[in-house]
Design a protein. Structure first.
Length: 71
């Protein structure tokens, strides 16, 4: 401390910080999408629809919305 020999802290450039912020946000959106799809798969399995990835097609979505589910 007496000789001011501390290294300077590295701060990334503004553009780099912005890219990292956008990547973190994208990862958060992907996590939310995955959780939503997994929840829909669980609901479909509980109502007797074992469609796998075909659940997310238009026909699969129609079957899921027409399925009888408990409140």
């Amino acid at each position: 401390m007496l000789h001011d020999e501390f290294p300077r802290l590295h701060r990334p450039a503004v553009q780099s910080r912005e890219v990292l912020r956008m990547l973190r946000y994208r990862q958060k959106l992907i996590k939310i999408r995955t959780m939503s799809k997994n929840s829909l798969q669980a609901l479909a399995l509980q109502s007797g629809l074992a469609k796998g990835s075909r659940l997310f097609t238009q026909a699969g979505q129609q079957e899921l919305s027409a399925a009888v589910m408990s409140p």
